[in-house]
Design a protein around this ligand. Sequence first.
Ligand code: F6P
Length: 319
Amino acid sequence: MKKIAVLTSGGDAPGMNAAIRAVVRTAIDAGMEVVGVENGYDGVLNKEFIPMGLRSVSDIIQRGGTILRSARCKAMMTDEGRDLAAKNLKEEGIEGLIVIGGDGSFRGAEELCKRGILCIGVPGTIDNDLAYTDYTIGFDTACNTVLDSINRIRDTMGSHNRVSVVEVMGRHCGDIALYTGIGGGAEVIMIPEIPMTLDELLAHMKDYENSGKRSGIIVLAEGAGSAGEIEKFLNANTNLEVRASVLGHIQRGGSPTNFDRYLGTTLGAKAVELLKSGVGNRIVGIKDGQIFDMDIIEGVSVPRTINKKLYEIAKVVAK
Ligand code: F6P
């Protein structure tokens, strides 16, 4: 393989730059030419190709976001879009493509494999919603950002004897809420995988009122409801003073943690290693500390499960 390309797709995630840097430098070290595609799959369709050299990825490992920029490309959902993407890559002499993104991006990669481009998927999303891998690039940083916000919110809740509903991202996945609920010592964690009715929430809040606590945090995954609605409901049905905070895109930015830089670097290098040996149609991940690869479709089909044990521990230690 002489020439490969790399792109970032879907929501950006801290650590994507570390992955781009690793791809570029590992590929050059292996004697390959590397092209960066700007703006995700949109850039493949519009031929936004830029040559990448060793120095083009200097000074980026510590930066959040993605230097290649990202997009959610609707055209890649259609056969016409996929055909054009494969044609454009072939016209540039690009034989292999590394896609850093989430499951939608991986499905696009799979379609390009069918059209003769060897593709490798690298998991980059703050959501941690890809079950085939223990962690996705960006999740750790997002959790630490949320934790910092929870700490600050807890200070002011404590001063005013209030309860805060902190809504975090994750799409349909509750991992950010679960992990930060544990790290932030939340009184209640609400995640889509273990639905909680409003009556159950009320029962929790009664326990909270009887526990002698004067302030508290409810961490709510966006897939499990809206902080504004829960704020209204609790203010109307309890004697508590409740405030909502929706953290939003603050969770996607910021300098990546060491773990996300490590993950981006090792997964990026692994992706190049696969292409170098002529292997495509794979996604890379980390399981029990080991970097591994597997078939794209098999990987994206692994059913998501929540760590129920962790959820039970969180409930006990919140008392
Ligand atoms: O997939 C990452 C993510 O941040 C989700 O947690 C969230 O639901 C979504 O992207 C937000 O998307 P956008 O930035 O397009 O509004």
